[in-house]
Design a protein around this ligand. Structure first.
Ligand SMILES: C[S@@+](CC[C@H](N)C(=O)[O-])C[C@H]1O[C@@H](n2cnc3c(N)ncnc32)[C@H](O)[C@@H]1O
Length: 151
């Protein structure tokens, strides 16, 4: 599995949160950080989209993080991730930068995932995504990390 993200996570406490989950992931998630694009907002998004596509393996299931994307429940997300892996198309998650994602990459994606209609900072989205991937694996393994005790 891969995560392609725009921008370098410089903040130590943010990196520690990502690492907390990353080290528990099986299969592992490799994180590719791409530099912020330059130019006008449209140029930035276009350049970043080219770099993102080049960083996603050819056979991967490209999943963009987008506020207008699909609202998964954690069990649904767990099933989806397992299904993509079983089908031989491990997910390549994509998180945009400060300008967001270019329309071309959203259209090209095989799936999209939303953390609600609020706009979140991209580094927080990275932390939340890595936690949800860990939760998805815990659900698939029947590990008590995920407790679904809603009334
Ligand atoms: C700061 S946001 C970009 C905001 C930008 N104006 C836009 O319209 O997308 C950076 C990235 O974080 C991710 N992101 C932000 N909020 C999100 C949400 N609610 N659900 C899923 N991804 C989100 C997206 O990948 C986005 O490209």
């Amino acid at each position: 599995m891969r995560l392609v993200a725009i921008g370098r996570m410089k903040d130590k406490s943010e990196r520690a949160l990502v690492e907390r989950y990353l080290k528990r992931l099986r299969p592992k998630l490799d994180i590719i950080e791409l530099p912020d694009g330059r130019g006008s907002p449209d140029e930035i998004k276009r350049r970043e989209a080219q770099a993102i596509l080049a960083a996603c393996p050819a056979q991967s299931h490209v999943v963009v993080l987008d506020e207008a994307g699909r609202n998964f429940s954690s069990p649904d997300f767990s099933n989806a991730v397992q299904g993509w892996i079983t089908a031989g198309r491990a997910p390549c998650f994509v998180i945009g930068g400060a300008e967001g994602l270019d329309a071309s990459i959203i259209q090209r994606a095989d799936a999209s995932m939303s953390f609600g209609t609020l706009t979140w900072p991209h580094m927080l989205v990275r932390i939340m995504l890595v936690e949800q991937i860990y939760r998805a694996q815990a659900i698939a393994a029947g590990h008590p990390y995920h407790r679904s005790g809603r009334p």
